[in-house]
Every structure is written in C-alpha cells, then in structure tokens.
Design a protein around this ligand. Structure first.
Ligand SMILES: [Zn+2]
Length: 857
C-alpha cells in the first residue's frame, strides 16, 4: 500500500512512463481501472517503467500502483537517497510527442520513407516539435505540438524552407500559426492524440476557414510529393479550393465581419478591368463598383462574390446579404494593403429603397424598375437600410439595453393577458421617449427584445401592432434581423403573425386568445388548430352542406334561364356539387377525408358562385323598365317582353304581395324577406316586365323591410361586439337569411371603393374585413359571405379590365385567406387563378396596384 513518506509525490497521479530504460522513447499509458491494470501488468511486467528523461522526468524507476477507490497511477519508489523529480507533465497527453514520433515513423515506413523522428525543444519541453526529414521527397515534416510565437515561427519557416526545400507543417492546435497557414494555402493541418487502451492514437485534422475541422486517423492519410494529404484535403483539392505552393504564397486576405444588412452596392460599368489582385481568390470573383456602408460616404471599391451568384447589373442597387465581411490583404511591398467587401448574396432593392441610397435615380419609367425585391434565400438577411440619421439622435436617458428590458417586461404582461399593444399605448406605459423613437430605432428595440432568438421560443415583438391591430409594417425586417425566417409575402406574414401571437399568448399562460392580429372574420370559422379538429370540422361541414344545397338550387334556377356554354358549365358544376354532397356520408367519420371534402367544397362553391353571378336575392333590375332603383344587372336579365294578363307567375306575385300586406304585423322580418325573395323568383320568370303598380308595391315593401332589418341588425351587431369584448369569442356570424339587397350593396360600394383607393395610394397593405368596417365608420353592417363578395364585386365595377382589382387589398380569414378574393375575381369576370398560385399572384397584383395608384388622384 502507500508509503506515507511518499504521499507528496503520489498526489501527482503520474499516468505516463517509458519502457526499456531511463532514456527510452517508448511511451506507455497506465490504465486507470484496476482490471485493466491487471491485464497491463501481464503484458509489460512490473519492473520496466521509467520516469523517462524524454518526458522531462528524473530517470528513476516507476511502479504501477493498483487502486480500487481511485485511479491507478505510477509512483516513484521509496528511496530516501533519490534526487528530487522535476517532471511537470504527468497526464495522459504528457507523452504525446513520443507517441507522435513512434506512430508517424511507422506510418512513414509503411509508405517507403525511412525517417527517424527528432524531438525539438523551443524552451517549453523536450517535445515541443517532432521533425521528420524525408530525403527522397526533399520534404521536412514538422509536427509543431507547442507553438512558437508568430515571429519566431516565420523565421523558422523561412530558414527551414530555404535549407530543405519543401516544409510541411502540422500544428498541435488551432492558433494564430495554423490560421496564418490556412490563409496562405486555403487549409492547415492539425494533429491530436486520443487514448486507446495503453496507446495514444494519432489523428490529423484539416482546418479551413469557416468550416468544422474534419479529423482522420493517421492511417487514412498519405505522404505525397506535394505533402501530407488527408481525405478532406483530397476533396478540397478536387474543388480547387486550396493552393499547393504553401507557405511561399502571400496569404489570402484576412476578413472582418461588417454589420449585416447595412452595405449597399452598385456596379461601376465604366471601371477598367481588374489586373490580378491578391483579393481575387478561387471560387469568387471581384466586381468593381460603388460601395456604401451605412453612415459612410460612397466609396469606389471591389465586391467579392461567389462565382455561383448571378452577376449584378447596373439596372439595380443591391443590398449585400449573407456573411458580409471586409477583406484586407497584408502589406504588399510598395503597394500597402488593399481591401474589398465580400458578400455571399445580393438582394435587389426596389426603386424607393434604391433611391434612398443615393446610388440610383429613377429614369423615366419608375414603374418598370419597381419590381419586387428578389429574396436571395430564406436564410439571407433582408434587413433595412438604416438611414444615417437613424444613428444620430440618441435614445433619451435610457440606455438601449435597459429600454429593451423595460419593453420586454411590459410585453410579457401583455402576453399574459392575451392582448396586443400599440406604440401609442406603450408610450403611456413607458414614457415619452417611446413616442420620439424613429421607426428604425423601434425596429432595433424590438430585435433587442427577442434577442437571442431561440427557435420555437415565443416572440414578444409580434405583440406590438398598429392601431388597427395589424402587424407592424416592418415586422418582416425585425424577423429577418432575428434570423427567423421571413414569410415570403405580406399575406403570409399576416397569417404568420396571427399564429405567432397565439403561440406567445399560450406560452405566457393565456388560454383564450383574442388574436387581435387576426382579422375578426377569422373568429367566425374557428381556426382548426385551436379546437378539437373533428368537432369544428363537422360544424363547418354542416354549414358547408347547407350552403352547397342552397347554391345548387340557385344554380339550377339560373341554368333554367341560361343558354349556351354558360348553361353547360352550370350543369357540369351542379353535377359536381351533387356528387360532392353525396360523398359527405362516406367522409363524415374520417377526419382527414373530411378536411379534403371541405377544401373541395370551397372550390365547388367558388365555381358555382362564379357561374351564378349574383346572390339570388338580387332582382334583375334591367327587367324593370321603370325601376325605382335603376341599376344595371348584366348577369341574368331575360329579354323584357310585355306581361300577359294570365301569366301564372304574375298571379303568384300578386298573391304573395297580398300575403305580405296581410301578415307583416305578426311575422318576423326574415319570413317577410323570404316572401319578397319568392316574389323576386316569380318575377324573374315573368315573360314580360312586371306592371308598374306591382313594381311600386314590391319596392315599397323592399324599402320598408330593409329599414326594419337594418334596425334589427344594428341591435345584433351591438350584441355581437358585446360578446366579443367579453372575451367569449365572436360567435355572431350573420344568420343565414340575413342578406343585403342589391340597393344596399350598391349604396355601400362607393364608400368601399374610396377606402380601397386610399389604401392603394398609401402603402397597399391589405385590410381585413373588420378594418374595412372600422374605416367605413360603422356604415358597413355584418355581411353574409356572399354579400361580402357582391359588395367587393360592386366596388370593383369601375376597375378597368387590365388593372388589378382593388379588392386585392381586402384580406380575409386566416383559415381561407384568399377565398374571398378568388370569388370576387370570378364575380368580376376575371380569369380564375389556380389555388397554388393565388398567393403569389395576389402579392404581385398588390404591388401593381401600388404602382398604379401611387401617383393617381
Ligand atoms: Zn521522476
């Protein structure tokens, strides 16, 4: 057991020794576990272990010590006359120079190189480096395990290189020397050892800039005429990404990261072609141009771009994307050092942004330039250009970090309440400085609040919304600066924001989300993710069936009055619709199939509504020669003919009018409206126009019932908004029969058109149905979905066929974001757009709208 007089030495836990004598270069490692130790002793005996001089030891014998409760180790023998041991390296890696020497010698021999390793000391230990001279290959292979300082190394490199021709360096660590080598050759070699039994196995790493270093066992590497080659290096060579002339080369340029999204670039087409430049590296090309870093003047410089990026043209100004770095060369004799900017990708700026950089002025046709900015890739940043002014005024008295902390605290509270907040409200909570912050600063603050971004972690910045409850116009930029994927379009962004808001509310403990970022109409059809999918789907399916039945009847009636191709298409759509209804029985019990059924139903309804033209409540006014509310209805006007006295339809109209007169006092408005509808149907089938007396009679009833209903509806709306603010969710969709007559729609249409025109002139940001109602200042009642379509169709009646519909700007429910738009397009007689392309199409149309309306009054 332990000799108490040697306790001091034993605490060093010596793990390595040499075998075969005090000056031996054969290292061993003592296993730490007792059962491994027993095997070790069977192999090596007990008596041939030395505190080797090449390990920096005293040369005295060492004894393996077996322990069960602590790791096994070597210990010096108890010999009072023995001199003091100054060995400092006791751990497993303390003998790595000897392991490298032994293994590399064997490895070289295996490839026909008879070379003995020589140990070198730079003053740290006996084995600061291990050298191998390969005479045939005229190569000096050096494993530099403990680094010299940079200047000594450069001197050594120059003198060794001069003396021995080629010199191959393998470094013990990823340090300044290895990096310098990587800058010259495109890679550097590293070495490390790993314990395997009582051995240390040698691995060679291939270090390159910006990539993880791959490691390969020494046995997998080759010594060639052009140096030590690892498997990874072979790949790099195949790619042409490295230089073989090594240390003799001037290093590749160094690089310093630049702030993201703040450098813009325009090509200089008149610059002379470049002579060779140290900034020109394999796989990239240099493009002369004008570079403007944020807050700096425009400088003429080169941009280094990967060969794979399409060449920029002088038609655009670009924002640099990906990893943007400043490239700098070493000082070259007589020339000083040069520099360029390096980027991975380019993002085209749109006309407005480009103009702001000062690098571009619109020529004649602004609109042609005004194409959507290309998005390089989802991972590319698309941060805004910060105006020089933005960095000017300081945030008052509050340090940025502190401001973000305060804001974060407030937003967490807002999240816990399941609410959202505007900058205005934040000013009340946090102080005047919030109000004074320019938008770029607000953006920065929001980025700060959610930084560092942890994927799937709820975002607080989405809770700050406009006073209409919509996502901030620069939310996309905040997202991209956080490194979160930026949704590809305005619409996608809104949907994303609504979902993210819910997620954040949920994460902060609020169960019932009010989701103010979602358009209110979304509440009518519950988001499928929120509730049990089957239940809500079934409810929706019931509604959809009723809707489908009604539309089919309407379509059949329309078909009866229609001829030619339209009648054929109607017949076809009716068959499809009936088939769809029949399929309900087989899908009702299967969740997934039911979903598909619902989707298909949407499509068919759209088709039917498009073919029918207008809701059935609409009476074709063209049929009335002396109509009280003259209004052209092109869709389904039969040719007017004089009414025959005995027309059965006319008899029915008269009978129904009589019924209205008699029973209105005690019947609900809806019933009476149904009578009026029925009158309309018979009137549609009249062979000749309705006589003047009856027409007046009908119109009197129409206006009377409309008054009566709008009174009821405002009561309903009030109740609905009470429900909504009580947090129970908006249940109040309009009842099925609650339909607006044509006259009502036409009265509202100009208001809606004005609102949409104004929106198109401003910024073209889409508007939800709820916002539309708000903007219409309460003129707009809750509307049946078909009436929404009819109203938008009416609002777009004045839009020329070659211009985008203003209705493009009306957003719809989160569940079916483009359905309304799709139907309105059909209603306006526009070509249908395939579902898959609808979103992109709509985004493009929104952009066109903005172009068209920007300068139009
Ligand atoms: Zn010793």
């Amino acid at each position: 057991m332990e000799d108490p007089t040697l306790g001091q030495i034993d605490t060093r836990l010596i793990q390595t020794a040499v075998i075969g004598g005090r000056d031996s270069d054969q290292p061993v490692i003592l296993p730490e576990q007792p059962h491994n130790l027993d095997e070790f002793i069977r192999q090596f005996g007990r008596d041939d272990f030395w505190c080797g001089t090449l390990l920096g030891g005293c040369g005295e014998p060492l004894r393996p010590k077996r322990y069960v409760t602590r790791v096994c180790h070597f210990a010096h023998e108890a010999d009072p006359g023995r001199g003091e041991c100054h060995r400092t390296t006791n751990s497993a890696d303390g003998a790595d120079h000897l392991f490298v020497k032994a293994h590399v010698t064997r490895w070289l021999a295996g490839q026909g190189h008879a070379a003995q390793g020589e140990l070198r000391s730079f003053g740290h230990c006996h084995g600061d480096a291990v050298d191998f001279r390969l005479r045939h290959a005229k190569t000096h292979l050096r494993f530099e395990l403990h680094p010299e300082d940079y200047r000594s190394w450069r001197r050594a490199a120059d003198s060794l290189g001069a003396r021995e021709g080629r010199i191959e360096w393998v470094f013990g660590r990823d340090d300044a020397l290895a990096r310098d080598m990587a800058a010259r050759r495109g890679y550097a070699l590293l070495v490390r050892c790993e314990t395997e039994g009582n051995d240390r196995r040698v691995f060679i790493g291939t270090l390159t800039d910006g990539k993880k270093t791959p490691w390969a066992p020494l046995e997998d590497c080759r010594m060639t005429e052009s140096g030590l080659v690892t498997p990874a290096l072979e790949e790099l060579r195949a790619e042409g990404a490295v230089r073989d002339d090594g240390i003799g080369c001037e290093p590749f340029p160094g690089s310093v990261a630049l702030p993201r999204g703040q450098v813009v670039f325009a090509v200089d087409t008149e610059a002379a072609p470049l002579a060779s430049s140290p900034l020109d590296v394999p796989g990239r090309r240099l493009i002369p141009g004008f570079v403007k870093p944020a807050g700096s003047r425009i400088v003429r410089a080169c941009l280094s771009l990967p060969d794979t990026v399409p060449a920029p043209t002088d038609q655009y100004v670009y924002q640099l994307a990906g990893s943007v770095r400043l490239l700098v060369t070493d000082v070259v004799e007589g020339n000083g050092s040069s520099w360029a900017v390096r980027a991975d990708a380019l993002v085209r700026l749109n006309g407005l942004e480009a103009e702001r950089t000062g690098l571009w002025r619109p020529s004649v046709a602004l609109d042609e330039k005004y194409v959507p900015a290309a998005r390089a890739s989802s991972t590319c940043e698309r941060a805004p250009l910060t105006e020089p002014a933005a960095s000017g005024p300081k945030t008052p008295e509050t340090a940025p970090g502190k401001a973000a902390d305060e804001l974060r605290k407030v937003l967490e509270g807002v999240a816990a309440k399941g609410a959202t907040i505007t900058w205005g409200e934040l000013t009340e909570r946090l102080g005047r400085w919030v109000h004074d912050l320019p938008n770029p600063k607000r953006q920065e603050l929001l980025v700060e609040v959610d930084r560092p971004r942890v994927p799937d972690h709820p975002l607080l910045s989405v809770l700050v919304v406009t006073h209409l409850g919509r996502p901030l116009p620069y939310l996309g930029q905040v997202l991209s600066r956080l490194g979160a994927a930026e949704p590809a379009s305005e619409f996608a962004l809104q949907q994303w924001a609504a979902a993210e808001t819910k997620k954040t509310h949920g994460a902060y403990g609020h169960r019932r989300t009010r989701a103010s970022a979602a358009p209110p109409s979304a509440a009518k059809r519950p988001a499928t993710g929120e509730r049990a999918p089957i239940g809500s789907d079934l409810k929706q399916a019931h509604r959809r069936r009723a809707e489908m039945r009604e539309k089919l009847e309407e379509a059949a009636r329309t078909r009866a009055r229609t001829k030619g191709a339209r009648a054929q298409r109607l017949s076809q759509a009716i068959r499809q619709g009936e088939e769809h209804l029949r399929r309900y029985e087989e899908v009702r019990s299967r969740g997934r199939a039911l979903r598909d059924w619902l989707g298909e139903g949407d499509r068919l309804l759209g088709l039917l509504i498009g073919l029918i033209g207008r809701p059935i409540t609409v009476t074709p006014a063209r049929a009335e020669r002396r109509a009280v509310a003259p209004e052209p209805k092109p869709a389904k006007a039969p040719e007017p003919k004089p009414v025959e006295k005995k027309d059965p339809n006319l008899r029915k109209v008269r009978r129904l009018l009589g019924e209205l007169d008699r029973t209105h006092g005690h019947r609900p408005t809806q019933d009476l409206l149904r009578l009026l509808d029925e009158i309309g149907k018979h009137r549609d089938q009249l062979a000749r126009p309705l006589p003047a007396a009856e027409t007046k009679h009908v119109e009197r009833w129409r206006s009377r019932l409309e008054d009566r209903r709008s009174a009821e509806r405002s009561a309903q709306a009030a109740a609905a908004s009470r429900n909504a603010s009580a947090g129970t969710g908006r249940t109040a969709g309009p009842p099925r029969d609650d339909r607006l007559p044509t006259e009502g729609i036409d009265k509202l249409a100009p208001t809606v058109r004005d609102i949409l025109k104004e929106l198109a002139r401003a910024d073209g940001t889409p508007l939800s149905w709820g916002d539309l109602r708000l903007r219409a200042g309460g003129q707009l009642p809750f509307l049946h979905p078909d009436d929404q379509v009819a109203l938008l169709v009416a609002a777009d009646r004045g839009t020329p066929g070659n211009e985008p519909l203003l209705s493009t700007l009306v957003d719809h429910s989160v569940a079916a974001p483009h359905r309304l738009y799709h139907l309105v397009r059909l209603g306006c007689g526009r070509e249908p757009v395939p579902d898959a392309e609808l979103e992109t199409h709509r985004a493009m149309e929104a952009l066109r709208l903005r172009q068209i309306w920007r300068y139009r009054r």
